[in-house]
Design a protein around this ligand. Structure first.
Ligand code: ADP
Ligand code: MG
Length: 252
């Protein structure tokens, strides 16, 4: 993100060390260590309120930390001198609430940030946006308005919008949690395609089957700590910690 960065792709693309975050007196993250390699797909699972959203939001600087370090491509995210715009471009994020602009068409929503924020050439962005809508199978909806679409379609627009910034990393925070059950799979399909193409992905999800199938590693969080992490076959089928076992017995 700036000239002196000596990061190379064989080093972790995300590296969190002893990250702590409090809201008032309440410590939500109690020393998080997490490492992601380029092209890896990581899932974070855990009970509601365990700090998953807070954790993922520290990766793109949306939530400031109280202690510890979050490095993305070798640069400290929480360094006040960091180019925030460059960080936002490199780390895309999709939320449970897709927050598309209701008075803009699908195509305009996808094009907006690169054109208005990055000041990129409009014709080039438009070409890219159309290709992305094709990718998420919504090319025929480019002139529709968000509220004319199903939740799953809107979420796919949100993913295309994020991808139009050409990020290196995608963060997904419970992106299917608010969807009608019949539209969940189309969104998971889009994410799976991205993952298979080698996009580095960090997902917070309640879709355990999907997490098991898609992730290289799974992290289980409880009360602001990472209790256990490992390959999905180990964590899901042979969890070591009693808290992981208890959680999985409730959700599987
Ligand atoms: P999860 O995503 O695992 O459900 P969160 O990271 O959203 O957990 O929240 C963890 C805890 O931090 C919760 O108790 C929540 O109420 C609290 N919290 C999250 N964001 C804020 C905030 N902005 N101000 C105060 N408390 C917050
Ligand atoms: Mg959350």
């Amino acid at each position: 993100m700036n000239a002196e960065n000596s990061w190379t792709p064989d080093q972790p693309i995300i590296s969190m060390r002893n990250v702590r975050k409090s809201f008032g007196d309440f410590e939500v993250l109690k020393g998080i260590d997490l490492e992601v390699k380029k092209g890896e797909v990581i899932c974070i699972i855990g009970p509601s309120g365990s700090g998953k959203s807070t954790l993922i939001r520290t990766i793109n600087g949306l939530t400031p930390v109280n202690a510890g370090s979050v490095m993305v491509e070798g640069q400290e995210v929480h360094d006040e001198k960091l180019d925030k715009l460059a960080l936002r471009r490199k780390v895309g994020m999709v939320f449970q609430q897709y927050n598309l602009f209701p008075h803009r068409t699908v195509l305009q929503n996808v094009m907006m940030a690169p054109v208005l924020v990055l000041r990129e050439n409009k014709a080039e962005v438009e070409k890219r946006a159309r290709a992305l809508l094709e990718k998420v199978q919504l090319r025929d909806k480019e002139d529709a308005y968000p509220l004319e679409l199903s939740g799953g379609q809107q979420q796919r627009v949100a993913i295309a919008r994020s991808l139009c910034m050409r990020p290196d990393i995608m963060l997904f925070d419970e992106v299917t949690a608010a969807l009608d059950p019949e539209t969940v799979n189309e969104v998971l399909f889009t994410i799976r395609e991205l993952a298979e193409e080698g996009m580095t992905c960090v997902l917070v999800t309640h879709e355990m089957g999907f997490a098991k199938e898609i992730s290289d590693r799974v992290y289980f969080t409880d009360s602001g700590r990472i209790v256990e992490s490992g390959p999905p076959a180990e964590l899901f089928d042979a969890p070591k910690d009693p808290r992981t076992r208890e959680f999985l017995s409730k959700v599987l």
